[in-house]
Ligand binder design. Structure first.
Ligand SMILES: *[C@@H]1O[C@H](CO)[C@@H](O)[C@H](O)[C@H]1NC(C)=O
Ligand SMILES: *[C@@H]1O[C@H](CO)[C@@H](O)[C@H](O)[C@H]1NC(C)=O
Ligand SMILES: *[C@@H]1O[C@H](CO)[C@@H](O)[C@H](O)[C@H]1NC(C)=O
Ligand SMILES: *[C@@H]1O[C@H](CO)[C@@H](O)[C@H](O)[C@H]1NC(C)=O
Length: 631
């Protein structure tokens, strides 16, 4: 009953949740018989010492959750883990006896007196998501393969023990890892290249050395203290000290090289010294730069100064850009954009913005340089910009496969397939990782993206998503932003005239629904402020159709067993576009749930899916309920 009531409380999403509720009733792992499980726990206890607090673990019982056994974690009446913290326990963690438990997601033995090696065969607990061994006296090395195959693993908390040896490499194989705490041990060697996007680590007070991997440079510096590490976020690594002989040889070589370069440069400069372009650049601007028939920008008679914001790019002049062969890509609410192909065939996109005068020149340049420092596989990099009072040009890379919007909504030739589910899933995962990066890197911006929509999700050569037009709110004219930018179509913007750090998540929610249904959110970019009635109608129609199971875009390959995962994503979309900002998910939760999605349903998916949906809708328990109070 309580579940039903809690679900009903999410008012606007009732029809959707009602369906899930129906699913739940048939899919929840029946809390029927725990006899085998309780037998396994009794067996597990035999390997513990000083287990006086577990005295109720005596006879097998039919239900571990009512009355609940000491140290058992129950989620809606189903046994899901062990929380044996601060009980003075010692002995051995016998993984074998736990490996038969049907839905065993979390294991904590923090703050006890365990010593000896890391539990062997831990990875036979395939479903484990959270492992807490902190504050014990475990010692010895951990095998590289200790975590292999544990693809659901999210939190690994081993702090304050005496573990030695290298950081186990199988931690790199855990796609959903968000929390890794190895502090205050005796781990040694180098830190491997962790790549997981939302991972937060703590490696402090070990014996680690070498440079910190680039992927971890955004972590808090305190995560690395007490080691022999260098590089961001700590001090830069010192170059190796050279003996004076090598030093001198290199100095001489550099000197000679430099001289040659300078001479060559002077010669070349003289040869290709450009004409002096004196005419006003206005001409170029007045002529609207529609590529002429010959396929080049007209009247490129003046070169202004392009300002590059990245060091790793070849420099060019505005003049070269204007002379390059160009093609109109389109014109949006901000202005038109062109593709220009430079020397060597390198394509760039030039975007013109007229309503970009919200801040003065200095501040504008500062903001552009900030954008230039952003670097993430799912962001379309800003390469350079050009500032002029009347208009600004932003030069970005070119994405080969166009926009997500064009793939979802434009007509295809009959033999051209639509985006299949695995591709869409990869796209939305990448989008959310890119967005999470913006949230992290731009903590002072209320709207880290501000204009998230399917036409601003570009697709690279392997269909990896690249967010574009991000973080422009601070420089766009206020009234123009409010008229056109997606964030200002959100309910909170129209109703209460303000946007919040959750507003971009609303746009993400709409994008998810669009991605799944293949339907264009009708007129939601209509001119004017606030969500149009059409948008509300559109979301409702998505929800309503969910009843009939007709909701998913037929272009996805539905034959594969993935409907459970698609439903999950749909549910995530709903939670992201909750009208009520307080109930709406924040970015961390949204991103975390999206990253957990899989391409295919697995055998036990349905039950865990059901219980997770349950968790979403009731909001009585989150991943962090079983949390670790940082020691
Ligand atoms: C560890 O457990 C003991 C009780 O056994 C408790 O007094 C102490 O506060 C706990 N320490 C931490 C850090 O949780
Ligand atoms: C045994 O556990 C109790 C608490 O359950 C604790 O006070 C005691 O110190 C523990 N004994 C040993 C030897 O760890
Ligand atoms: C780093 O972490 C410490 C403690 O956890 C906190 O006080 C500090 O503000 C953090 N610094 C940054 C830059 O996040
Ligand atoms: C890492 O752990 C150390 C030691 O417990 C703590 O002082 C520091 O604040 C932690 N840093 C982070 C980022 O969690």
């Amino acid at each position: 009953m309580s579940r039903m009531i809690l679900i009903m409380d999410r008012s606007h999403a009732i029809p959707c949740l009602a369906v899930f509720c129906v699913l739940l009733l048939c899919a929840i792992p029946s809390s029927g018989d725990d006899t085998d499980s309780s037998r396994s726990l009794i067996e597990f206890r035999k390997f513990l010492t000083n287990a006086t607090m577990l005295n109720d673990w005596k006879e097998p019982v039919a239900n571990l959750c009512s009355p609940i056994w000491t140290g058992c974690v129950c989620t809606h009446g189903v046994f899901t883990g062990l929380k044996l913290e601060g009980m003075g326990l010692g002995g051995t963690i016998d993984i074998q006896s736990l490996s038969n438990l049907p839905s065993f997601y979390s294991l904590s033995v923090m703050n006890n007196s365990f010593s000896g090696p890391f539990p062997s065969d831990l990875n036979s607990l395939r479903k484990l998501r959270r492992l807490y061994l902190a504050n014990n006296k475990f010692n010895g090395g951990i095998q590289d393969k200790a975590f292999s195959g544990m693809t659901g693993m999210r939190r690994v908390v081993l702090g304050n023990n005496k573990f030695t040896g290298n950081i186990p490499l199988s931690l790199l194989q855990l796609p959903g890892l968000v929390d890794l705490q190895l502090q205050s041990n005796q781990f040694e060697g180098k830190i491997p290249d962790f790549w997981q996007a939302d991972l937060i680590v703590n490696f402090s007070y070990n014996k680690l050395e070498g440079s910190i991997p680039a992927t971890l440079r955004n972590q808090n510096a305190s995560a690395f203290y007490g080691n022999k590490l260098c590089g961001k976020p700590l001090d830069a690594c010192k170059p190796k000290i050279l003996t004076w002989k090598i030093g001198i040889i290199i100095a001489v070589a550099v000197g000679v090289g430099l001289a040659v370069v300078i001479i060559l440069f002077l010669i070349l400069r003289r040869r290709v010294k450009p004409l002096k372009y004196q005419k006003s650049i206005d001409k170029f601007h007045k002529e609207e730069q529609i590529p002429s028939k010959s396929g080049t920008f007209k009247n490129s008679s003046e070169h202004g100064k392009l300002q590059f914001v990245r060091n790793n790019r070849q420099r060019f002049e505005l003049e070269e850009l204007l002379r390059a062969s160009a093609e109109v890509l389109g014109s949006g609410s901000f202005g038109s954009s062109y593709k220009a192909v430079l020397f060597g065939g390198q394509p760039y996109v030039v975007r013109r913005f007229r309503q970009m005068n919200n801040v003065g020149k200095e501040e504008f340049q500062e903001h552009m340089r900030k954008l230039g420092r952003l670097s993430h596989p799912n962001l379309l990099p800003l390469v350079a910009f050009y500032h002029r009072k009347e208009e600004k040009l932003l030069i970005t890379d070119f994405a080969e496969n166009g926009s997500l919007a064009s793939h979802l909504h434009s007509k295809r030739s009959p033999n051209q397939p639509g985006l299949d589910w695995p591709t869409r899933l990869r796209i939305i995962k990448g989008v959310s990782r890119g967005l999470a990066y913006l949230y992290e890197e731009l903590p002072t911006l209320t709207l880290p993206h501000g204009h998230l929509k399917s036409s601003n999700v570009l697709l690279g050569s392997t269909f990896e998503p690249l967010l574009s037009d991000y973080a422009l709110v601070p420089v766009i004219d206020k009234d123009h932003a409010q008229k056109f930018m997606v964030a200002y179509k959100s309910p909170e913007s129209s109703q209460n005239d303000h946007v919040t750090r959750k507003t971009d998540i609303w746009s993400l929610g709409i994008l998810i629904l669009e991605l799944l249904t293949g339907k264009f959110p009708a007129n939601y970019l209509k001119q004017g402020r606030g969500p149009s009635a059409d948008l509300a109608t559109w979301v409702n129609s998505v929800v309503r159709e969910e009843w009939t199971g007709e909701v998913f875009d037929k272009d996805m390959n539905l034959a594969r067993r993935a409907e459970g995962q698609m439903l999950r994503l749909l549910k995530i979309g709903m939670c992201c576009c909750d009208w009520d900002v307080n109930k709406r998910w924040d970015w961390k939760e949204a991103v975390e749930k999206i990253q957990e999605l899989k391409e295919k349903d697995s055998d036990d998916d349905f039950s865990s899916y059901a219980s997770e949906v349950d968790v979403y809708s009731s909001r009585t328990m989150t991943d962090d309920d079983f949390s670790f109070s940082k020691a």
